[in-house]
Design a protein around this ligand. Structure first.
Ligand code: GLP
Length: 240
């Protein structure tokens, strides 16, 4: 059963989660963080700035959940660029220790297995930050994703493309494919922390925590994990 923490504001959620991440890093300088993109985790990264100021974070490792396939490497909305801008630079992490799945077309057939091997070599993820899509996706595991899936290439649904179009000039610029950690990969992390804000996420949150286990609501996979914390505001908790 997930622990559910209801907070007043996204900033409060950021504080709660940043406290836990800082505690991990103070206890273990080799902490391995599972990083997420999207707007939801931003308050966590912002709150971490003050908590990690002056702390030696040179050994912290990070693995992002996902990346668009075929996006220009320097594109500001590639998840590599986003993780660099929102996490690595402001928090002073060693960029060589923070990985994002390789969405470039050259070598895409090995990228999933390479990523799994890198996570395993790092000893696995200590704490995985998760957002949730309005269709219940985590990472880019869209409805229908196997609970056993590992990092692989997927096709984005039109709903996700339209949700993410706000980051691009037009919807035609939103990539059609992605490479994402699988649900099986995510479930291997030692602690899952799922955040969601706003009424638009309420149904997906309720289905993830209280609904049936189903590949059609990929976030329901978190019910299989022994250590899950869900941090939501009142609007996202409104149908629990
Ligand atoms: C994208 C990301 C997900 C994220 C989701 C929700 O699809 N791949 O990891 O959880 O968006 O985004 P937001 O947090 O902006 O609502």
């Amino acid at each position: 059963m997930a622990e559910v923490v209801i907070v007043s504001t996204p900033a409060d959620a950021g504080s709660v989660v940043a406290d836990e991440i800082a505690r991990l890093i103070f206890t273990n300088p080799d902490t391995v963080l599972g990083l997420a993109t999207g707007s939801t985790p931003v308050p966590v990264y912002e709150a971490l700035r003050s908590r990690l100021a002056g702390v030696d974070v040179s050994r912290v490792r990070g693995f992002a959940l996902d990346e668009y396939v075929g996006i220009e490497p320097g594109h500001p909305e590639s998840y590599r660029a986003v993780i660099h801008r929102e996490v690595v630079e402001p928090l002073g992490f060693n960029p060589d220790l923070v990985r994002v799945p390789d969405g470039s077309l050259a070598g895409i057939e090995h990228a999933g297995a390479d990523y799994e091997a890198a996570i395993a070599a790092a000893g696995g993820v200590d704490l995985q930050i998760l957002g949730i899509g309005t269709d219940g996706h985590i990472g880019f595991n869209e409805p229908g994703s196997s609970f056993a899936s590992l990092t692989r290439v997927k096709t984005l649904t039109e709903q996700t493309r339209s949700d993410n179009a706000r980051f691009f000039d037009t919807i035609d610029d939103v990539p059609r494919h992605c490479i994402t950690q699988g649900l099986g990969t995510i479930l291997r992390a030692r602690h899952l922390v799922l955040l969601a804000f706003g009424a638009g996420k309420a149904e997906a949150v309720a289905a993830a925590i209280e609904g049936p286990l189903t590949a059609w609501l990929p976030a329901s996979a978190i019910q299989l994990h022994p250590h899950v914390t869900v941090v939501v505001d009142e609007a996202a908790a409104s149908t629990l």
